[in-house]
Ligand binder design. Sequence first.
Ligand code: B12
Ligand code: SF4
Length: 501
Amino acid sequence: MRFLLIDPPHKIWTILRAWVPSPGCLQLLAYLERESFDIDYMDCTINENPWGDLEEKIRKEKPDMVGISVTCTAFIYDGMNAASLVKVLSPKTIIIMGGEHPSFMAEETIRDCPAIDYICVGEGEVTLAEFLRTLEKKDDLSKVLGLAYLDEKGNFTYTGDRPFIEDLDTLPLPAYHLARMEHPYVGLPSEGKRGLVVNFSRGCTFDCSFCSESAFYKRKWRRKSPKLIADELQLLKEKYNRDIFYVGDNTFNITRDQGIGFIEEMLKRKTNQRFWLQSRADLVIRDQDLLDGFREAGVYQFMLGLEYHKDDVLRDIRKRHSVDEALKAMKLLKKHQLMVMATLLIGHWEETEEDRDAFLKFFGKYVDHFGLNIITPLPGTPFFNKMEEEGRIKDWEYRNYDYLHAVMPTREVDDLEQLNFIYKNLMRRYYWRPRELIKLFSRNPILRHHHRFYITQVAFNIMTHEIFGTPLWVQPNYQEYRDYLVERDEALPPELMRLAK
Ligand code: B12
Ligand code: SF4
């Protein structure tokens, strides 16, 4: 039986215009491959004609089973549309969807999209392998933990939580050989074409109220050992010529040991690779004696979720570090010649214009990369539950749940469009300051590269659009599903339009 895993056609990382293969899909594929399943992979995000290519593949191959990966809430309708297309073209294909959003919203998702037969709730490797094996043997799927579905009577059924994989070192290396690594799209443009996103741990032990990751992994943190990490990085260097990485781990150095092990291993291997890691202010302070080691091991930047410049807001979102700690961490990173990327959240209920001015002043002094976001109630998080309960969510269009669009008003600003404008304006005020423009000529090649890419392409494009009405950049290979259906017209069954989300 043939299983096809699909990353459905969806928007890429618009803010950096980055196409990168999904680490989750590559890990799932490697696991299934090791378990000897007959597998195939289609990353529609890099196809030139994504919906058309998907249609053609399904018509031609009619796979027995299809898996659809949807991590971000903002892409759930893309996943549902892919499921409908597959089901209508190949009704016998069994479809399972997995990823963060459908795990949290399993019943809603499966009721909203009848094409989906099953949802894998939570971590995917073991559940998917057991699911496929059980189907092959025509055994009882109700015994497979981590599955959600509707029974014959239409009742929602959940088989129960699948325990997490205890030791991530038992996983094989991600199946890079199944990704189109040489495709011109694949890379992080701001870091150069030799960039890639990798993932070496799962979860986080903290419990920030807005964070879907800590909810998905139930505040548990597991990691691959530094040796296995270094093996993967060495493979990426030698076979795929990759030497600069965004390490997607939520919080890289939850333990000091992980940081120490990574430093030792990378110094030993001498692969001469560069890394952008994610961490927290308090952990940077705890590990300040390791910062030189991190830099020598190739780390060039820490991304910290600093969020806001006011302690009451930090307390409210359960950040569990203070503004003073944020300041200290930024200063420490600078002192040790590490770049600071801050992910920040605006759009809090009590926020005023003065707050935003103070926010810009506070972070504008130290931050090299300004990761500005609008606080978003991601389904599955305690923040979502609270906002829903209080009736504060105004926009229920999941496509807008990407941290770049306001979906909730503040006490002062009720109009979401106005908040979106405020967001853009803050970005503009940050990047068009002389101190940022000077970075276009920085002696630090990474900073120079990022700012040249971001300012001359992204920000300049937005500015000329706003002033002269020139066209905004659009992802060349993204097509709205409905437009595709209209284009194909009579070549496709009409029910697809009725099912389209
Ligand atoms: C890598 C990454 C990216 C990459 C995307 C690469 C790609 N092609 O997917 C980049 C940097 C481009 C990116 C961008 C964005 N991202 Co991002 N990203 C991550 C990150 C750091 C790691 C994801 C990962 O690899 N996890 C590890 C793997 C093993 O887990 P996984 O993907 O969840 O997969 C497991 C299960 O979910 C399940 N599973 C998944 N798919 C399937 C399918 C089947 C069939 C089955 C059975 C199981 C299954 O099994 C897998 C293995 O156990 C996470 C945060 C984090 N640390 O997890 C955020 C995260 C996924 N991103 C997020 C967001 C919001 C975005 C952006 C929208 C941000 C923005 N404003 O632009 C953009 C969207 C653009 C895009 N194209 O993805 C959010 C999503 C939250 C949500 N619920 O919506 C996250 C969770 C971060 C956060 N908490 O804010 N991102
Ligand atoms: S520290 Fe980061 S990853 Fe951990 S719970 Fe908070 S936001 Fe999530």
